[in-house]
Design a protein around this ligand. Structure first.
Ligand code: GLP
Length: 263
């Protein structure tokens, strides 16, 4: 069971909200949305921007299932990950590349050359970031950008204080984010302080954006991202400026602070 409603954000734009009964349902809903978008691609390649973290794990499991059932074929899909830690080699257990191999790439027929990632071990981060921006543009742009959200309202690794015009670059992570993400490291002390990330403007250039959030810890960030005017204090609030379709898929706890329309 899921519930749909719309929220009018402070910029006047409408945001579709889907509230799923459980994190598993949230994963299903997100995968179903990706499947529908892929089916509507009309023979073109389908470019999808992908997040990491705990929230999208079930989304990826459902996609693997859909691949095995041959409901979706990944051969004409290209993936663009949002971010990567600085100085972690791709094979490191804490790298986002390893996360993606473990949760999706290792189990679907996605051609290796269609996988795009920021190289965290680059010797020149500016060249790497500018190249990523150029590749996204030259590929035709991202069709569907899937996002998570941090408890402090960050998207990708755009931390509070990030201007809305930001592009792909090197960032220093907030202490809170380093602590939050340390749990995903075999040794929490190894959690990096720096990362490469797509910028907010880069993210806003995707044709369609879907944000996933689960758990009460995200409820305030979700509320502020839509019901407070866009401001660097809450980077996700800039999503209100997205000209295309914006959809939030939430569980009940993450949706708890949103204004629910009267019956
Ligand atoms: C990291 C990622 C973000 C993600 C966030 C939330 O900081 N860079 O892209 O949205 O974690 O992750 P979780 O779903 O584990 O709360």
């Amino acid at each position: 069971m899921s519930e749909h409603f719309s929220v009018t954000a402070t910029t006047g734009r409408t945001v579709r909200i889907l509230v799923a009964e459980s994190p598993a349902r949230l994963g299903w809903a997100a995968a179903e949305l990706l499947l529908q978008e892929w089916k509507a691609r009309e023979g073109r390649a389908f470019r999808v921007g992908l997040p990491t973290g705990n929230t999208p794990r079930l989304f990826y499991s459902v996609l693997i299932g859909m691949g095995l059932e041959r409901e979706i074929d990944f051969h004409d899909i290209s993936t663009w990950n949002l971010d990567e830690y600085l100085d972690l080699p791709a094979w490191h257990p804490g790298s986002y590349r390893t996360y993606m191999e473990k949760h999706l790439f290792g189990f679907v027929n996605l051609p290796r050359e269609n996988i795009h990632f920021l190289n965290g071990t680059t010797r020149d981060w500016k060249v790497t970031c500018n190249r990523y921006e150029r590749l996204i543009r030259e590929s035709g742009g991202i069709d569907l950008q899937v996002l998570g959200i941090g408890v402090n309202g960050h998207i990708a690794f755009n931390e509070p204080g990030t201007p809305g015009e930001s592009r792909t670059r090197l960032v220093r992570l907030s202490e809170r984010t380093v602590q939050e993400n340390a749990r995903l490291f075999p040794d929490p002390k190894e959690a990096p302080e720096f990362a490469l990330t797509m910028g907010i403007q880069t993210i806003l250039e995707a044709k369609k954006i879907v944000l996933l959030a689960s758990g009460g810890g995200k409820a305030n960030a979700v509320y502020e991202s839509l019901c407070e005017p866009p401001d660097p204090r809450v980077p996700a609030s800039f999503l209100q400026n997205h000209p295309g379709e914006l959809i939030y898929i939430l569980d009940r706890a993450a949706a708890a602070e949103l204004p629910v329309p009267d019956e």
